[in-house]
Design a protein around this ligand. Sequence first.
Ligand SMILES: Cc1cc2nc3c(=O)[nH]c(=O)nc-3n(C[C@H](O)[C@H](O)[C@H](O)COP(=O)(O)OP(=O)(O)OC[C@H]3O[C@@H](n4cnc5c(N)ncnc54)[C@H](O)[C@@H]3O)c2cc1C
Length: 452
Amino acid sequence: MQVVVLGAGIIGVSTAWHLLERGHEVTVVDRQPDAALETSFANAAQISVSYCEPWANRDAPLKALKWMFRDDAPLLFRPQWPWGEGWRQWRWGLQFLAQCNDAAFERNVQQLVALGAYSHDALKEVVQATGIDYHRLERGIAHYYTEQKSFDTAGDAAALMRRYGVARRVVSTAELLEIEPAFSAFAHRIVGGTYTASDESGDARVFTQALARRCAERGARFLYSHDVLRLEKAGNAVESVTIRARPGSADGQTGPQAKHLKADAVVVACGSYSAPLLRTVGVDLPIYPGKGYSATFRLLKPGRAPFVSTIDDEVKCAISRLGDELRVAGTIEVGGYNLSLDTPLARARCRMLARRIEEVLPGVCDTRMEEEGGSPRFWAGLRPATPTNIPFIGKTEVGALWVNAGHGTLGWTHGAGSGKALAELISGKVPAMAFGFYGFEPARSPKGLAAS
Ligand SMILES: Cc1cc2nc3c(=O)[nH]c(=O)nc-3n(C[C@H](O)[C@H](O)[C@H](O)COP(=O)(O)OP(=O)(O)OC[C@H]3O[C@@H](n4cnc5c(N)ncnc54)[C@H](O)[C@@H]3O)c2cc1C
């Protein structure tokens, strides 16, 4: 089969790899000059099968309300005017609210763990087959708490995960420091934590770009620096994809003429931009951008930096070591398609990341801001967020049109498995996992999302 994959983030490239494995002919289109230059570029690096709780939980509405006026809040809802495209944010917000109860939370966790476990196996298979080196650390993921009230609920969350087969355990501060001694200077603030030894971390960008090169070596065609303009339908099936080379790119030199790509199957894996693209053929999925930030710092004292990837519960950030650098990333801002790092709000969030790292790991990294002579690398990405945090993987109601998008906070964790699962579906097989594939199970229609 000839398959066109739209998007060369972790999801599109994994899909391409697994399609090639099954003997398909693959073309990948992306507007950037290389793979993984948008949301898969500088994330928190965690392969977190066990830390997969969706943001939508029973406490989220009250917390979001409390945090609405705090620039450094972990979850920030920035309301858009409800006219124009703004109403989509309100609709998404209402669907999110409908997921903020215990029954929906547990149902969503079950799906996320199932996909996570399947994906972790798929990632190990790809690494074994390709030997890609991406600063991988198989040291587990730890989570520390600084507030007793939050730590008191850690046991329930760990028990829930264990019910679905993930060995997350509650640990005392002393045990946590044995697992990761790098946090000893912050020990006086830590009241306890949890730990899952089977989780891991590694650089999503390095992995995705290397896998894209392996795909090209196996015959996949990559059309980088091409915008996907729209999908074209004939009857109720997708007939072609309209693309155009970006001005200044090698193909764009001859003039910005649109081209039409035809294929037996088209996969939309454009992250947050999947939603507007799919709407060009009437497929309306609740995927909305959730902006997050990361900061990458040079290590000054590598011997005192953590190896175990860790979640800081108070500020909802993750800390991961990537070779001789430390990445800290997190927070979510629901406020539209805006990637700016240069607004007062963005600057406040970036400064918060640097301040926190200095507080938790004093003197370990160069956390000075640029104006102080430092060279931190700040970055923002738009998580393709769904109200449930469960991605849409499967076939749409438009013939020959498939989707692999909406991976929210977990696209790196779920990347390898989502690619493998969609390649299986396109090849006529149903993957062996307890997961509601879009278009294959009525409960996973967007309307089903709002039900609790
Ligand atoms: C701060 C932060 C921290 C995170 N931490 C983690 C973590 O620790 N673990 C984890 O599992 N996940 C994490 N994530 C989530 C993860 O990064 C995303 O879920 C994942 O990168 C999404 O991958 P994707 O391929 O769907 O999207 P993308 O990587 O954005 O890829 C989509 C591609 O489509 C292309 N595209 C879009 N529209 C068009 C168009 N019209 N024409 C042509 N090309 C187009 C883009 O150029 C892009 O390359 C984090 C995210 C953020 C923001």
